[in-house]
Write a protein that binds this ligand. Structure first.
Ligand SMILES: *Cc1c(COP(=O)(O)O)cnc(C)c1O
Length: 440
C-alpha cells in the first residue's frame, strides 16, 4: 500500500441521493438503509482515480482492495477490507476466446453460477461488518422470482449476526433454483408462499411498514440497487482488461447483457476510475427501454415482456437513474460512451446455435444477447476487440440450452444441490401468518 493511499483515505466517503445532492450519508448508513428516504439512489460523492500501477497485473481481490481502500478506508480498517475482498472473490473469472478479437468474460464461476455472486458476496460481508457489536441480529427479507434469491442466500450463508428470510412463489421457480434457495439451512430460511412473486414482494413491503415487527426485529433489505452490490461490479472490468491486454493499451468494447443495468453501471464506474474503455454496449432482449432511449432520447418505461433471457425482463430499469446521474442527464454524452442493441428470442436461439456449431462453446441465453450486440456493433462501426460479459452458466437454463446444444454438463456446485433435501416452510399468502412466523 502506498503512502498516497493512506493520505487519500482520510477523505470521508459520502454518498448522496440522486434526487437530492444535498442529502449525504456515510457508507454505513447507505448500506444499512439500502435506499435514501427521498426515493432516489445512493451514489458516491467522489470516485478515486486509479493509477495504472494500482490495477495492472493484478487479480480481482487485489484490484478490489485498491479501490475499496481508496473509497472506504475512513469507515473500514484496511486489514478488514483485505479480509472481505479475499473471501468474497475467492472464485475465478476466466476469459474464453472465441477468436482473436472476441472474448467471453465468464462471470459465472461463483457459488450460484451467476454474476450476481460478485455483488451479493461483497454486500453480505460489508453488512456483516457494519452490523458488528449489535446485540440483535439483522434480519434480511428478500422476495425472489428466482436468481437474486439464490445469490443473496449463498452470499449471506453462515454470516454471523445476520438472518435471511427468502420468500418465493410456490411452483413458480425452476427445480434447481428452488434447491438453491431451500437447501442451505443455518441462517437461511426459505418460505414457500402460496401465491405469486408479487404476493411475496407485497408481504415483504408490508413487514417493513409494520410497527410491531420493526419494534421487535431489526429488518433490512438485500435490494439489488444497494450501493454495496453496485461497486463490486466495477472490479472485474479491470481484471478483463488485464487478461486481454496485459502489456499494452488496446481499445476495448465491453458488451453487457442488461436488465436493471447494475452491471453496466459498474462498468461506467470503472471507466470513471481510470479504466480505458472504447465503448460500452447495452445489450437487451425485447425489453429495449434503454437502447430505445439511446436511439431516440426518450425514456419510456413499460411493463416487462417475458423472454428466454428472463433475468433481463425489466420494463423500468432501476439503475437508469444512476446512469442519468453519471451523465448529468446529457443524452448526447451518454450516447458517446454507450451504444444499445436489442434482440428477440429467435435471434438469441440462433446465436446460441451459431456459436455452438462454429466454436463448440455453449452460451446461456443472456450471454447470447450480448454476443449478438457485439456483432451488430461491429457491422455498424468497426471490427473492434470485444468482451462479452457472460452473466450466467448455461446449466441454469437447461430448458432453453439443451434443445440447441444437446445434453450439457451440469457443474458439481449445481448438481450436488439437486439431491439435497428441500427445507421450506409453506406459507399462506396472508400477512398475519407471515407476521406470526417472523415474531415467533
Ligand atoms: C441479473 C442478470 C442480468 C441483468 O443484470 P443487470 O445488472 O440487472 O443489468 C443479466 N443476466 C443474468 C443471468 C442475470 O442474472
Amino acid at each position: 500500500m502506498s503512502v498516497s493511499v493512506r493520505v487519500r483515505s482520510r477523505v470521508p466517503m459520502r454518498l448522496y441521493s440522486t434526487h437530492n445532492p444535498q442529502l449525504q450519508v456515510s457508507f454505513k448508513e447507505a448500506v444499512l438503509n439500502s435506499l435514501p428516504p427521498d426515493g432516489g439512489l445512493y451514489m458516491p460523492r467522489f470516485l478515486p482515480s486509479l493509477p495504472a500501477t494500482a490495477w495492472r497485473g493484478r487479480g480481482i481481490p487485489q484490484i478490489a482492495e485498491e479501490i475499496c481502500i481508496r473509497l472506504f478506508a475512513d469507515e473500514i480498517p484496511a486489514d478488514i477490507i483485505t479480509q472481505i475482498v479475499y473471501s468474497a472473490f475467492d472464485f475465478d473469472a476466466p476469459i474464453h476466446l472465441l477468436d482473436d478479437k472476441t472474448a467471453i468474460l465468464e462471470l459465472f464461476h461463483g457459488p450460484t453460477l451467476a454474476f450476481k455472486d460478485f455483488g451479493a458476496r461483497f454486500m453480505a460481508r460489508i453488512m456483516s461488518y457494519f452490523n458488528q457489536g449489535e446485540y440483535q441480529p439483522l434480519h434480511i427479507l428478500v422476495a425472489t422470482s428466482g436468481d437474486t434469491g439464490g445469490a443473496v442466500a449463498a452470499g449471506f450463508f453462515d454470516v454471523p449476526g445476520i438472518e435471511v428470510t427468502i420468500l418465493y412463489p410456490s411452483s413458480k421457480v425452476s427445480a434447481l433454483q428452488e434447491k438453491q434457495l431451500t437447501t442451505l439451512g443455518k441462517n437461511i430460511h426459505a418460505l414457500e408462499v402460496q401465491g405469486t412473486f408479487d404476493d411475496c414482494q407485497r408481504l415483504v413491503k408490508q413487514a417493513f411498514l409494520d410497527k410491531e415487527i420493526n419494534r421487535k426485529l431489526r429488518l433490512s433489505s438485500a435490494n439489488s440497487i444497494s450501493i454495496a452490490r453496485l461497486i463490486p461490479q466495477s472490479f472485474y472490468y479491470f481484471h478483463a482488461y488485464n487478461l486481454l491486454a496485459p502489456d499494452r493499451e488496446i481499445p476495448l468494447v465491453f458488451v453487457v447483457p442488461s436488465g436493471n443495468f447494475g452491471n453496466l453501471t459498474g462498468g461506467i464506474l470503472a471507466a470513471r476510475m481510470g479504466l480505458p474503455v472504447h465503448r460500452f454496449i447495452a445489450a437487451t432482449n425485447a425489453n429495449d427501454i434503454v437502447p430505445a432511449y439511446l436511439e431516440g432520447g426518450e425514456y419510456l418505461p413499460r411493463p416487462s415482456e417475458q423472454t428466454i433471457s428472463n433475468a433481463m425482463d425489466v420494463g423500468n430499469p432501476s439503475n437508469f437513474a444512476r446512469m442519468l446521474d453519471l451523465y448529468q442527464g446529457n443524452w448526447e454524452a451518454m450516447r458517446t460512451d454507450i451504444s444499445g442493441y436489442a434482440f428477440g428470442d429467435r435471434e438469441t436461439r440462433s446465436a446460441m446455435r451459431e456459436v455452438y456449431e462454429n466454436y463448440r462453446y455453449v452460451m446461456d441465453p443472456h450471454t447470447a444477447v450480448g454476443y449478438l450486440a457485439l456483432q451488430a456493433y461491429r457491422r455498424e462501426y468497426a471490427p473492434m476487440h470485444g468482451v462479452v460479459l457472460a452473466t450466467a452458466h448455461p446449466a441454469k437454463f437447461l430448458d432453453v440450452v439443451e434443445p440447441i446444444t444437446g445434453k450439457i454438463e451440469i457443474p458439481l456446485k449445481l448438481a450436488e444441490r439437486a439431491d439435497l433435501p428441500k427445507h421450506a416452510r409453506l406459507m399462506p399468502n396472508d400477512f398475519e401468518a407471515f407476521k406470526t412466523y417472523l415474531l415467533s
